[in-house]
Design a protein around this ligand. Structure first.
Ligand SMILES: [Zn+2]
Length: 59
């Protein structure tokens, strides 16, 4: 079946991603995001503040 050769592209992409830890500057909540979200702005799951992932990365 040709259909079975088609893997979900999103699933394949996830394999190459690493997890990055960021810390919310507003409330201190530590979250894990995927590396493709680095540089984007994500919303804190705790307080809803916008987090600049590139600047708030925790190493
Ligand atoms: Zn927060």
């Amino acid at each position: 079946m040709a259909e079975q050769k088609q893997h979900c592209p999103g699933f394949e992409a996830n394999k190459t991603l690493t997890e990055v830890t960021v810390k919310c500057p507003a409330c201190g909540k530590v979250m894990e995001i995927f590396s493709d979200e680095l540089g984007k702005i994500v919303k804190c799951s705790a307080c809803g503040a916008s987090i600049e992932t590139a600047k708030c990365q925790v190493k």
